[in-house]
Design a protein. Sequence first.
Length: 453
Amino acid sequence: MSDSPALSGRGPETPAAPRRHAAPTAPGTDLSGAAIRALADPHLVHDPVTGDGPKDVVILGATGSIGTQAVDLVLRNPDRFRVTGLSANGGRVALLAEQAHRLRVRTVAVAREDVVPALREALTAEYGAGEPLPEILAGPDAATQLAASDAGHCHTVLNGITGSIGLAPTLAALRAGRTLALANKESLIVGGPLVKALAAPGQIIPVDSEHAALFQALAAGTRADVRKLVVTASGGPFRGRTREQLAHVTVEDALAHPTWAMGPVITINSATLVNKGLEVIEAHLLYDIPFDRIEVVVHPQSYVHSMVEFTDGSTLAQATPPDMRGPIAIGIGWPERVPDAAPAFDWSKASTWEFLPLDNEAFPSVNLARHVGELGGTAPAVFNAANEECVEAFRRGALPFNGIMDTVTRVVEEHGTPVTGTSLTVPDVLEAEAWARTRARELTAQTAAEARA
C-alpha cells in the first residue's frame, strides 16, 4: 500500500486539477448526432457534482482486489480524489478499519452484521483517543444504502463487488445520480435491461481492463465508424490444452493464473473463459454492438487489453502492462487521466506479442455466453448463477473442471427461452437465479453420485 499521507476531512491543500465537461449536446444525441443507445460513451461526461476540487468517491468491495488497488490509487492522488465511504463483506475487518482511518471516511458498511463488534474494536484501535469513529452500516443491504447515500455529495461510486449481489448497489448508485465506475460486471450481465432503463448518458464508466480499453479506443470515432470490437483473453492457465487434457486438472492448477492476481472465483472463471463470455455480453450491453461483431482473440501477454476495428480498416489497440490501477483510474477519473496511475512500457526493451484464435471446443463458454446474451431476459442471470454454483462445487471437489461448463450448459438448456423485453424486474432476476442455483446443485449432486458409483 502507498505511503502517501491519508486524506483529511477538509480536503487537500494542493490545487486540484480542473475537470473538463462535455460540450453541450441535444438530449439523446452523441457528438455525431446519432441517437444515444450505448450505456458507456467516452464522448459524454456525467458530472453530478459540479465545481473543482477532489471528487468524492465511494468504494464498494474495498477489501477485495479492485478495492485495495483503488485505495492505493486514491492515497497517491489526494488532490484528485477523496473517499467518503467504504463497503466490504466483512471478512477482513482489520484491513477495512485501516483503510477507513487512512482515508478518513465518513461511513463504513459491512454485509455481515455479526462482525460489527470486531469492526468497531478494529476502528477504535486505528483511531486515536477522542477521534470520532465513522458511521457503521451493517446488513445485506449496507452496500446498497452506501451507494445511494447523500453523505459528502458523492460524485462517483466504484462498484468492485464480486458476483450478482452487486446488482442492487449498481441500481442504487444509478438512481441516486452518481457516476458509476463499474467493475462488477455481473450486475450488468444479470440486470441489463434494468441498468439500461436507469442509466443516463455517460453515467457508466467501465473498469474491467477490456472494457476500459474499448472505452478509450472508442473515443477515436463515432459509433457509426465501428466495424468490430475485439476483446482479448490471456487464455488463462490452460491455454493450448484440449478438452481431454482438461479432464483432470485440479483447483490449484486452475488458480495458477499466468498474468493476473485476482480472487478465486474470477480466477477460475478465467480458467474456463466464462469470464470472457461475460465480458462479451458486457461489451454488447455497454456499447450496443451486435454479438456477431464482437470477437475474442487470445493474447497471452495481456499487454493489449482490447481493440476496436473501424470501418476504414484501421484498428486501435489500448495497451499497458497488466495492472488494474490503470482501468480504475479511468473509471473514477474520467475525463481526466491520472498521471502515473500504472506502469508504462519500457520501449527500449525488445518484446513479442502474440494473438491466437480461441479454441471454442475446449472452451465452449464464450459461445454459450453469446447464446444467452442473444436470448436476453433472465437467461444471462441463469448462466451466471449456475456458473457461480458450479465453480464453488469445483472448488470443494464435487465437480470436475469440464463439469463446470457441462452443468451450466444443461441448466441454460432447461431454462429455455425466457420472456424478453423491458419488463424484466429485480424479482424476475432473483427468481431465475434461485432456480438456476438449485438446479445446478441438483445436477452437481448427480454428477458426484455417478462418479462414486
